[in-house]
Design a protein around this ligand. Sequence first.
Ligand code: SF4
Length: 371
Amino acid sequence: MIPGADDYDVDVTFDETEVQQLLSVEPADVDAADELTFAKNVFVPLTTACRYTCTYCTYFDAPGEASLLSPEEVRDVVRTGADAGCTEALFTFGDDPDDRYTRIHDQLAEWGHDSIHTYLREVCEIALDEGLLPHSNPGDQTRDQMELVADVNSSMGVMLETTADVDAHAGPRVKNPGQRLNTIRNAGELGVPFTTGILVGIGEDWRDRAESLLAIREMHERYGHVQEVIVQNVVPNERSNYDRPSVETMRRVVAMARYCLPEEVSVQVPPNLSPTRDLLDCGVDDLGGVSPVTDDHINPEYKWPALQELEDIADEAGVPLRERLPVYRRYLPDDLGGDSERNEWVSETIRDAIAADDEAGERYRRVLDAR
Ligand code: SF4
């Protein structure tokens, strides 16, 4: 039973034959992708307040120290990104700031907000106004919270990390796999194109990895909304000293992800954290968001490689490198250059932004036209 599943009425069960089959997968069982994709983004760390204290995480700050970007700061960052040719504003969060973060709540109140989600809506609108498509990762979300911001996001995400109960999530406030799956289910029910992923090396075992991937596949089979799955290794940092998983481990996990997930779901590794070149033949087809103008605030000690580096990686693999939007093409209607005959995956607001006859619209079309 997945911890917390009952609390959120998440009914995911595992077929033992499928678990065993996935556990037997090796890199030789999957094919290398025939192209690599990436998105150009600006990283906007909206708040570093987080109700959790995951032991491997350097992102969150304690109450009294946590930051909250102002609307003006957000506008500055996204404008810089738009000027540099980005298409995505990646809004990152800790999980909902809890009652301990009085300064954050007071600041939000001063700006006219009673929740971080109403503020997220405002800054997503700023990003759209400046010509970037929002992709928000606000941690766990109730259906109501997600509904509040879904129409101003081209896609959203949250890492499942693992379905296991691991010490890395221990402490007075424990991140709950059932709640994560509930967030992924909320996205499916609301028709939000979604990014999720697993974190490797935080105390989970091989069976946990297999079950985590099967749980994500189950959610995608129900709703069709998972656009990509990140397979990320933990890294040592200033707060923790986790062993980085070996290249052999990562090769096997990436191959398991590729084997488990339907072909249309991309398998992504973050090139600033992973031994990317050694993983490409295991089915990686996406290198995630790459920022030409901002650091990776989640892992600030690990700089994003330059775009040139991504081109070198693709060259060495002998495959083309193609830029994509934060929302995958198959969720866009065909009149916007997408593959979907349905119109409901992205909101009218996002469709209008992509179709706009302005500088931003040209930038999106340039990406969509580069098939
Ligand atoms: S990993 Fe995410 S949920 Fe955990 S402490 Fe860091 S920001 Fe919070």
